[in-house]
Design a protein around this ligand. Structure first.
Ligand SMILES: NC(=O)c1ccc[n+]([C@@H]2O[C@H](COP(=O)([O-])OP(=O)(O)OC[C@H]3O[C@@H](n4cnc5c(N)ncnc54)[C@H](OP(=O)(O)O)[C@@H]3O)[C@@H](O)[C@H]2O)c1
Length: 243
């Protein structure tokens, strides 16, 4: 039986925590007693996530656009000061794009590379000094099945998610000797706003629920066995995923 870490009072930063997968991970980690810093652009959605945990006073709502140059400086200032440390970083905020290759602009490519790869890179780098002080330092990066595969109209999204997988795998090896775990969860077709916007013709049938991803994230944080799990890939039942 794997030993389960008591997460009560431990601290996590979750990006994109105002809905979808990020909110589900926030609620699940809050259930285990964690204190959370919730990051996203829309303050109302973050406040709603904090309220749904049932412990809003243990939650820090940090509305910010992570693509803005000073956003991560400000988050780090708060984590080191008021929040007093960090045990878990969840890089979940992201954006997708379904557009034919020749119609994808350089600005769209840069935007996806920034939010899906550059922001996680900077957050990993800047939070490592805090994670080094933790007893259970863990980074979870939310990739995609598109971290491995290509689908039509998704060249920019695929490039950004491949980049996130590559940086995660290398970082995992680099910090493993220090006891810092780096995991990637790569889902395909989770029923969230992202898929509702990309494919309004589809309903939730057969799709992965955000809570299934949250359960895996909690498992990775709560268990530190000798087997290092570097990546978990999930497909919806019986169908090709597409995000
Ligand atoms: N849904 C799927 O099928 C699927 C499949 C594979 C991978 N993923 C990945 O899962 C992650 C979460 O996506 P989701 O499905 O839960 O979609 P979602 O509901 O659209 O969530 C995306 C989140 O990212 C946040 N975000 C985007 N740009 C941001 C920025 N510049 N600064 C701060 N926050 C920003 C959004 O915050 P605001 O709403 O406040 O702007 C939102 O909370 C993404 O990385 C996505 O690529 C999703």
């Amino acid at each position: 039986m794997l030993e389960k870490i008591d997460l009560a009072g431990k601290k996590a930063l979750i990006t994109g925590a105002g809905g979808g997968i990020g909110r589900a991970i926030a609620l699940r980690l809050a259930e285990s007693g964690m204190k959370l810093a919730l990051v996203g652009r829309d303050p109302q959605k973050l406040v709603r996530t904090a309220a749904l945990t049932g412990r809003p006073l243990d939650m820090l709502v940090l509305p910010t656009d992570l693509e803005k140059p000073k956003a991560i400086d400000e988050i780090l200032r708060i984590l080191s000061g008021h929040f007093k440390g960090l045990d878990v970083l969840v890089n979940n905020a992201g954006a997708a794009l379904n557009r034919p290759f020749e119609e994808t602009s350089e600005a769209e490519f840069d935007h996806l590379m920034t939010i899906n790869a550059r922001v996680p890179f900077v957050l990993c780098q800047r939070t490592l000094p805090l994670l080094r002080q933790s007893e259970c330092p863990t980074i979870i990066n939310v990739g995609s099945v598109v971290s491995h595969k290509g689908y039509i109209y998704q060249a920019a999204y695929a490039a950004s998610k491949h980049a996130l997988l590559g940086l995660s795998k290398s970082l995992a090896k680099e910090v493993a000797p220090e006891g810092i775990r780096v995991h990637v969860i790569s889902p395909g077709s989770v029923y969230t706003d992202m898929i509702r916007i990309a494919r309004p013709d589809l309903g939730p049938e057969g799709m992965i629920a955000p809570e299934e991803i949250a359960e895996l994230a909690a498992f990775l944080v709560e268990h530190r066995g000798n087997a290092i799990i570097d990546e978990i890939e999930l497909h919806r039942t019986g169908k090709e995923p597409f995000l």
